[in-house]
Ligand binder design. Structure first.
Ligand code: SAM
Ligand code: SF4
Length: 361
């Protein structure tokens, strides 16, 4: 077997090599993170871009087994921000120099919802004079809807495939027309065809997930030639069906370590993509997102949802930042980024270099 310090200097990896990196502990873990930090600085530099995250509704038609805002969770009180609150949050992001926003919500695909998002995009575009980059994270839609929202001003879209293993996918979702694995993959292709910068991702440490599953996840990201990734540890929520399998889970610290390994391995595999430091990392370690920025992530998504609604967007237990106002969160960002030797890029969209590189070819 190749020595680990040699393995991590490669730029191509097979699934066994990736699985070995993803499982790394001790000195190997440290070497992997150091190599990923080096590659990050050499390829995309030390900038960190911000996306103000607006979780504007927790109403969802889906029933993913892991998610706290799934349709059948009757204990969640449902909310939807009105247009004015969403536009105000966007203006707040612009004024703070965030450069971009992410509009995220539970999934809906009715005509009223599709139209409303279109109107909102136009409104935000107009009120901010086109200064803000806009990412959507609104689940599976038909190609026509994706095209319409793109024409209204969205240019990036996040849709995690959650796991590349179809069998595991159906252990995490009901097996029905609303949760179809092939549809999810078709959506990612449709988003690419519409010209979006496409982001995807997975949860790390799901019950039944192996290091080889995770290696396949990274290879699938490469095969899909995606531009951005947001991935983080799976965290249990008491009011979800998956909670019953909590005894099968790795300890949270191991999930955290494997999540950092995943980010580092992906940076070696796809050096020019954007990688987000996910909120779920912060739920395990108060410095979790910063640790990810230090070793290969280059995007931070501060939560700018009004704090009164934030407590109801509980995807998992102990989600951080639920009691803080947007100002509290933003004031410490610069300090936190600089603390790990990175530079905050304010007022820039921070598009994925990979998107431009793949469109040049
Ligand atoms: N509804 C849209 C969708 O599913 O794409 C966007 C919002 S959804 C809450 C965003 C992401 O949250 C999902 O892709 C999933 O990976 C993540 N998520 C949901 N429940 C989670 C949990 N218990 N632990 C970690 N991440 C979770
Ligand atoms: Fe809804 Fe997204 Fe949660 Fe699934 S992950 S239940 S689609 S909000």
């Amino acid at each position: 077997m190749k020595p680990f310090h040699q393995l991590i200097t490669q730029s191509r990896f097979d699934r066994h090599e990736l699985a070995r990196m993803i499982a790394a502990q001790g000195d190997d873990h440290r070497l992997l993170l150091e190599q990923s930090a080096r590659v990050t600085l050499q390829t995309i530099g030390d900038s960190v871009w911000l996306r103000g995250l607006i979780e504007f509704s927790n109403i969802c038609i889906k029933n993913c087994y892991y998610c706290g805002i799934r349709r059948d969770n009757r204990l969640t009180s449902r909310y939807e921000l009105d247009d004015d609150a969403i536009v105000q949050a966007a203006l707040f992001a612009r004024d703070k120099g965030y450069g971009s926003i992410v509009l995220q919500a539970g999934e809906r695909n009715d005509a009223a919802f599709v139209d409303r998002i279109g109107r909102l995009l136009c409104q935000i575009h107009e009120k901010t004079h086109g200064e803000l980059g806009i990412t959507l994270s609104l689940g599976e839609q038909d190609a026509q809807t994706y095209r319409y929202w793109k024409q209204c001003g969205a240019h990036r879209y996040l849709l995690r495939f959650e796991t590349s293993c179809e069998q595991l996918y159906y252990q995490m979702h009901p097996h029905d027309h609303r949760h179809d694995y092939q549809t999810r993959l078709q959506c990612l292709q449709a988003l690419k065809s519409c010209g979006y910068q496409v982001g995807t991702g997975v949860m790390i440490g799901l019950p039944g997930q192996s290091f080889h599953h995770l290696a396949d996840d990274l290879l699938m990201m490469q095969q899909l030639d995606i531009d951005m990734v947001g991935m983080g540890p799976y965290l249990e929520h008491q009011q979800t069906p998956l909670y019953q399998r909590r005894h099968e889970l790795w300890p949270v610290q191991r999930r955290f370590q494997v999540a950092l390994n995943m980010i580092a391995a992906l940076r070696l595999l796809m050096p020019d993509i954007n990688i987000a430091a996910s909120t779920a990392l912060q739920a395990i370690d108060p410095m979790g997102r910063e640790k990810a920025l230090r070793i290969g992530a280059n995007v931070l998504m501060p939560n700018i949802t009004p704090s009164v609604n934030r407590r109801n967007y509980q995807l998992y237990d102990n989600k951080p930042c639920v009691d803080e106002g947007a100002d509290d969160c933003s004031s410490c960002i610069r300090l936190r980024v600089e603390m790990v030797g990175r530079k905050l890029a304010l007022g820039e969209w921070g598009d994925s270099q990979h998107f431009f590189n793949r469109n040049k070819q």
